[in-house]
Structures are given as structure tokens and as C-alpha cells.
Design a protein around this ligand. Structure first.
Ligand code: B12
Ligand code: SF4
Length: 467
């Protein structure tokens, strides 16, 4: 059996040099996790393609195409699905967006998978083999225990040179919090921890010293995290991952984190203002403590990518300059900005829709780089302009050096990371695709819901077809 698994292009965080493309991220686990689930079955030949770094083989004529869909890539995913089905290849769609919007997704697929696929995928492949692929498979047990006994992902099937960190390890699923804009608590209703022994087995299997963790907030169960970090120390690896701003609250946990080899953390600061944090359900983050948090992380030689969001209902037009100033003051090594985005399925989406504030239903705009809703205290244009001005100001060379030069041994990583975002900040002003498509289209010109261009051949549509 020949199975092609695709992650459509998300059009971001990558470097192009001629035909060479590298993503500035860790390798995603969605496809390599699926491919591992059928174990040693030697009669299954998988091809895994992350379109952000490699082209999709449009002439594939095997038995099944599986496509992993997040909201921002839904358009591309549906166009690819159409393409392969028109060639007579069966298509299954799964992932975050399909789980939130199964009724939409089934228009474009022979089969949809709702929720986590660990307990589903092997049976689905067997059904396909027997000619009895069902139209829908739902996570079983619902929100259940599927993280025990998972195989090590098939990292070998992804192109290693495509990523800054080609080996990604998973510790947990879900999150203990429920911020209003976040998809995680919506689709993974329970926070689940993998057995420590399974995680350690995976880390041992990583060739070389470095790996990444892409879990959204793996250290919120402090006792579990301590047990895991303790077990990681003897492995003497170096790693990077994500954490909430509470990571330094428990001194023992933080000490173990440092000793386990943590060198990089992405922290979702979200806002420099406490009322905004409270408003989105992230009041457990204390903006007043961010300076001290940064000081402690730097003391431990951890490089910090700090993500900030603009467009909250508490945001006023002065938020942009204030955020840029605080980031300089706290010396956040690699800052990143996003526009508040109501992903379908989230509380935020429901609220903004009921208030009549959604401006675009084109999922291609849901990449956190476009304004897709009407902000409360400023116009959509002011939000977009503030967002890209903040990018431009933050990534001026003088500001980059101001933040990173005192970083000692962290300086090279932080500096290179900043240069990447500097290129991106420039793109925001230069490239047509970033020209505020929603607001420039006019507020009342709502885009056709998840429309797929059926006239242009898929190869000519570009990675992110736009209306
Ligand atoms: C790596 C990653 C990326 C990578 C790859 C994207 C991708 N397609 O996953 C990159 C860097 C490109 C990326 C970009 C962005 N990302 Co991202 N990313 C992740 C991250 C950290 C890990 C994904 C992963 O490997 N998960 C582990 C695997 C095992 O889980 P999984 O993907 O859900 O797969 C399971 C099931 O969903 C299912 N499944 C998934 N695909 C398929 C396919 C088939 C055929 C089947 C049967 C089953 C199936 O089976 C798997 C096993 O159970 C997740 C958070 C997370 N930890 O999941 C966010 C996440 C996917 N990203 C998110 C967001 C918001 C973004 C950005 C907007 C962020 C930003 N501001 O920059 C951009 C999107 C840009 C765009 N144009 O849309 C959101 C998605 C929300 C949404 N509704 O789309 C997530 C969930 C984080 C969050 N807090 O909400 N991201
Ligand atoms: S934003 Fe972070 S802390 Fe909040 S629910 Fe999502 S993953 Fe959890």
C-alpha cells in the first residue's frame, strides 16, 4: 500500500536559498506520529511531505492521501484534496481544523478523522485495505487515554535538513488552562501526560544531542514535570520547548529544568497589560512579574522567544509602542507578534460572531497576520498598521543589538533568530500578500466561506490560494 501524508504550506518561518528551503521551527509531529502507528507493517510505503519545505508530488497515484489541516491551511488542504480525488485517489482529512469543523471538511474528503488518531489510524488503514473505508472516524475513547504506549515518531521519514530542530519529542497533550483564543482546550479536552519511561525512550532514540518539544504547556503539572526532568538529566541532551510564565514559580522545578539541558523557551506573554491578560482568561500570567521572569531565564542562560498578541478588547492604540518599549527593557531575546485571531470552535470565535464582529470567513486569512475581526478600541486598519509598525521598530538593528548583545553565550542564537524576523518584518511592508487583504477588501465584502478555486490547476495556485 502506498500512502502519501501531507501537511499543506503554512507560508511562514522559512528561509529560501535558491531551491533550498528550511523552516525555522522544529519538525512538526503530526505526520511522523501517524506513520509510526502502523508499526512494522512492511507492506505500507509512506511518503511524508511538509509542503512548507518540500513540494507535494501532485502526480501521486497510490492508495491514500492523508492531509493534516490547521485553519490557516484549510484552503490549500481542500484544493489538494480536490486534486487527488479528481485523480481517483482516496483522501482522508484530519487535524485541528477538521476536528473543529468536520461538516465543512467532509465536502472535500472520502473520510474525515475527528480528534486524535492514535487509536484510529491502524484500523482505518486496515479498512482501506479491505475496501471498506468509512466516511468518518471519531476519537475513541472520546477525550480518552491515548498517550500511553505510543511508538517513537517516524522522524526518519521527514527531511532533516528542512528544520532547525529535526527531532521533536512529545511529553503531554492538551493544556490545563483555557485561554479564550486557544484551540488546544477546545480540541484536546483533557491534559494528558505520557509515561515518563516512554518519553525517555524517545529522547534516547534522538541521534545527537539536541531535540525540541512542541507541547503547548508541558510543565503545568509540576510533580509530573519534576519526575520527567529528573529522568532527563542523566541523558545530557540540550533541548528547547514551550512554557507558561509560571515556569520559575517553583524553584525546584526551575532548577531541574535548567539541569535537564533546557536552552530555549517560547513563552506566550501575550500582553504587557494585566487587564488584557485577565480578559482572555490568562490572568495566571502576571505582567508585573515579566521583567523578573526574563532576568531569571537569562541568569540560567535560556534564550527566550516571547510571543505577544495585538487586538485584545482591552488594547488601545498606545499598546503597540508600549509593547515595543517593554520588550527592549526586559530584553526579550526573540520577540514575535500576532494579531488576535478567532479560530473556529473557540470561545473567542463564538463571542465575536455573536457580536457581529467577524470580518472574514476565508480561513486563508486566519494566519494571525491578518485582521479578521473588528477590534473594540481601534479600526481594523489601525490594528494592522500598529502590528507591522511594532515589527518594524522591534527589528531595527539598533533594537536587536540592544536586546541581544549583552546575552553572552546566547548572543549568536538570539542574533540569528532576530535577523530572521527582521527579514519577515520587511516582508510585511514589501510583499503584496501581506497588504491587509481583509481590511483593504472593504469591511462589508465578506469572502466566500472556505471557497476553493476549482478552475485553476492546483499546481498553479501557489501554496496559499487567495480570493
Ligand atoms: C509545529 C506547529 C506548527 C508548524 C506546523 C503546522 C502544522 N500543520 O501543525 C508551523 C510552524 C508551520 C505552525 C504555524 C502556525 N501555527 Co502551529 N503549531 C504547531 C504545534 C506546536 C505542533 C503540531 C504538532 O506537531 N502536534 C503534535 C501532533 C501529534 O498533533 P496533531 O498535529 O494535532 O495531530 C494529531 C491529530 O490532530 C490527528 N491528525 C493531525 N493531522 C492529521 C491528518 C490525518 C490524515 C489524520 C487521519 C489525523 C491527523 O492525528 C494526530 C495524532 O493524534 C501545534 C501545537 C501542538 N502542540 O499541537 C501548533 C498549532 C497547530 N499551531 C497553531 C497556530 C495558531 C499556528 C500559527 C497561526 C501560529 C503563528 N502565529 O505563527 C501558524 C499558522 C500559519 C498558517 N498559515 O496557518 C494552532 C492551530 C490553531 C488552528 N485552528 O489552526 C496550534 C494548535 C497551537 C495552538 N495553541 O492553538 N505551527
Ligand atoms: S494559550 Fe497556552 S496556556 Fe492558554 S490554553 Fe492555550 S496552550 Fe494553554
Amino acid at each position: 500500500m502506498r500512502i502519501l501524508l501531507i501537511m499543506p504550506d503554512a507560508n511562514m518561518h522559512k528561509l529560501h536559498v535558491g531551491s533550498f528551503v528550511r523552516s525555522f521551527r522544529e519538525a512538526p509531529l503530526s505526520l511522523s506520529t501517524l506513520a509510526a502507528l502502523t508499526g512494522d507493517a512492511t507492506d505500507i510505503e509512506y511518503t511524508l511531505v511538509d509542503e512548507s519545505v518540500d513540494p507535494v508530488p501532485l502526480d501521486f497515484d497510490g492508495d491514500l492521501v492523508g492531509i493534516s489541516v490547521i485553519t490557516g491551511t484549510a484552503r490549500r488542504a481542500y484544493a489538494l484534496a480536490d486534486h487527488f480525488r479528481s485523480r481517483g485517489v482516496k483522501v482522508v482529512l484530519g487535524g485541528v481544523h477538521v476536528t473543529a469543523m468536520p461538516d465543512e471538511a467532509r465536502h472535500y474528503a472520502d473520510c474525515v478523522v475527528i480528534g486524535m488518531a492514535e487509536r484510529i489510524w491502524p484500523g482505518l488503514v486496515e479498512d482501506l485495505r479491505a475496501g471498506g473505508l468509512k466516511p468518518e472516524y471519531v476519537e475513541d475513547p472520546p477525550s480518552g487515554d491515548f498517550v500511553e504506549g505510543l511508538p517513537t515518531p517516524r522522524w526518519d521519514l521527514m527531511r532533516k535538513s528542512g528544520y532547525m530542530a529535526p527531532y521533536t519529542v512529545q511529553l503531554t497533550r492538551g493544556c490545563t488552562h483555557a485561554c479564550d483564543f486557544c484551540m488546544v482546550p477546545v480540541i484536546w479536552k483533557r491534559f494528558q501526560r505520557r509515561p515518563v519511561a516512554d518519553v525517555i525512550r524517545d529522547i534516547r532514540a534522538v541521534p545527537g544531542r539536541r531535540f525540541a518539544v512542541s507541547d503547548v504547556s508541558p510543565f503545568e503539572d509540576v510533580e509530573y514535570a519534576k519526575e520527567l526532568l529528573r529522568a532527563m538529566i542523566p541523558l545530557k541532551k540540550k533541548w528547547g520547548g514551550l512554557a507558561t510564565a509560571r515556569i520559575t514559580d517553583d524553584p525546584e522545578l526551575f532548577d531541574l529544568l535548567v539541569r535537564s539541558g533546557c536552552q530555549f523557551l517560547l513563552v506566550g506573554f501575550e500582553s504587557v497589560r494585566q487587564p488584557a491578560l485577565r480578559g482572555i482568561g490568562k490572568g495566571f500570567h502576571k505582567a508585573a512579574d515579566y521583567a523578573e521572569l526574563m532576568r531569571r531565564l537569562h541568569e540560567a542562560h535560556i534564550v527566550v522567544q516571547g510571543t505577544f498578541v495585538f487586538g485584545f478588547d482591552h488594547d488601545t492604540p498606545d499598546v503597540f509602542d508600549m509593547t515595543v518599549d517593554r520588550i527592549q527593557e526586559w530584553k526579550v531575546d526573540i520577540p514575535r507578534y500576532s494579531i488576535y485571531t478567532p479560530y473556529p470552535g473557540t470561545r473567542l470565535f463564538q463571542r465575536l460572531e455573536s457580536e457581529g464582529r467577524i470580518l472574514s470567513w476565508d480561513w486563508g486569512d486566519y494566519d494571525t497576520m491578518h485582521v479578521v475581526f473588528r477590534p473594540k478600541n481601534m479600526s481594523p486598519v489601525a490594528l494592522y498598521e500598529g502590528f507591522r509598525r511594532a515589527y518594524r521598530d522591534t527589528f531595527r538593528l539598533k533594537n536587536i543589538l540592544g536586546r541581544t548583545i549583552a546575552g553572552g553565550r546566547n548572543f549568536p542564537i538570539a542574533f540569528v533568530g532576530n535577523l530572521t524576523y527582521r527579514v519577515y518584518a520587511r516582508r510585511l511592508y514589501r510583499q503584496k500578500a501581506f497588504e491587509m487583504p481583509v481590511t483593504r477588501r472593504g469591511e462589508h465584502q465578506v469572502v466566500t466561506r472556505h471557497a476553493v478555486d476549482r478552475k485553476t490547476p492546483v499546481k498553479d495556485q501557489g501554496a496559499m490560494p487567495r480570493s
